[in-house]
Design a protein around this ligand. Structure first.
Ligand code: 16Z
Length: 324
């Protein structure tokens, strides 16, 4: 179990609910702005796939990446911040960080044992980090040098997990960070023509990775986007609408969280008219709806991420000491 914890890095439970966290301002219909990239629907989705998402109720959220190896410690110093952000806390350059790949060899990893554990705890769905901010891919992406295929372990971890969970009747959802610290074309903002050109390449790379995931693992039920808050993405709201459409065309029924989305004016989650974009609202960790105010609002679906430590998602060797 200890070993599993080391390799694994689970670390949060999810509950789905029907309530919006906060009620955004909704303009009277005749005063609404005309948006090209706003909500593509008013109110909740009512199809069977969305109902399945809602009915699943309890999931497990697994964060597993290179950050599980140092577990919050770099050069003898333990950082109490979230372990999956260690590269940032310890200011480790990308090339140095990615050398952790040489140590990626979880030879005791057993996808079927994980799936059985999830089943036993009652999880109806599991969210898995396909790629966190560090850029390391749990699947052998042909668009990146930083994947499981380039490690001593070599095997497609994501593929094994998808199969094992599906065999237990558990839905698999993909976490995907758009922000990618391993990619030279990522930009936090677009301040020059050079930035615009590089970021256009980056968005094409991201499209390719997403199409690759949807093609390789067509049973995926949901994409949960993260790392979408930078100015570069807010200035490219069109792209977030495009991604939502692209995935929904490829995978009928797939659900997408609101955090992916920005509208024509860079407004995120809820568009400039106050309508939810994507299929359900994703708040930050441990954020629950207000039990009085928000329980009256059932216009949006909702998912809450209950991290076990206060603010940790990846495996941290010291989290039980620092956070309890
Ligand atoms: C407050 O700034 C944060 C907090 C958490 C920025 C990003 C995150 C990331 C975590 O690393 C984890 O992946 C979580 C789901 N995500 C929001």
């Amino acid at each position: 179990m200890k070993r599993t914890l080391q390799i694994t890095v689970l670390l949060s439970l999810l509950t789905t609910g029907l309530f919006a966290q906060q009620q955004p301002k909704v303009l009277p219909a005749d005063q609404e702005l005309s948006l090209k990239y706003g909500a593509d629907r008013l109110g909740k989705r009512q199809d069977a796939a969305m109902q399945q998402f809602r009915d699943n109720r309890l999931g497990a959220f697994i964060h597993w990446g290179l950050y599980a190896i140092p577990g919050g410690e770099w050069n003898g110093k333990v950082y109490n911040g979230a372990a999956e952000w260690l590269k940032s806390w310890a200011k480790v350059p990308a090339d140095e960080w990615l050398k952790l790949m040489d140590q990626w060899n979880p030879d005791k990893f057993n996808a079927r044992a994980w799936a059985k554990m999830a089943k036993k705890m009652g999880a109806k769905y599991v969210k898995i980090t396909t790629k966190h901010h560090e850029g390391f891919c749990l699947w052998p992406s042909k668009y990146s040098k930083y994947t499981v295929a380039q490690t001593p372990y070599k095997k497609d971890i994501l593929g094994e997990l998808v199969k094992a969970y599906n065999d237990e009747g558990i839905d698999v959802h993909f976490y995907f960070s758009v922000m990618d610290w391993s990619h030279p074309d990522y930009r936090y903002d677009i301040k020059s023509e050079e930035d615009a050109v590089a970021f256009a390449r980056f968005l094409e790379f991201t499209d390719n990775q997403l199409k690759e995931l949807a093609t390789r693992y067509p049973t995926v039920k949901d994409f949960w986007f993260d790392g979408t808050w930078d100015a570069s993405i807010k200035k490219n709201g069109w792209w977030t609408a495009h991604v939502e459409r692209m995935l929904k065309d490829m995978l009928p029924g797939v659900t997408i969280n609101s955090r992916l989305r920005a509208d024509d004016y860079g407004k995120r989650h809820f568009d400039s008219n106050g309508h939810l974009m994507g299929d359900y609202e994703s708040g930050y960790e441990r954020r629950l709806p207000d039990p009085v105010k928000d329980l009256k609002v059932t216009r949006w679906d909702w998912e809450a991420c209950m991290t076990i430590p206060e603010n940790q998602w990846g495996y941290h060797k010291d989290w039980s000491l620092s956070y309890v």
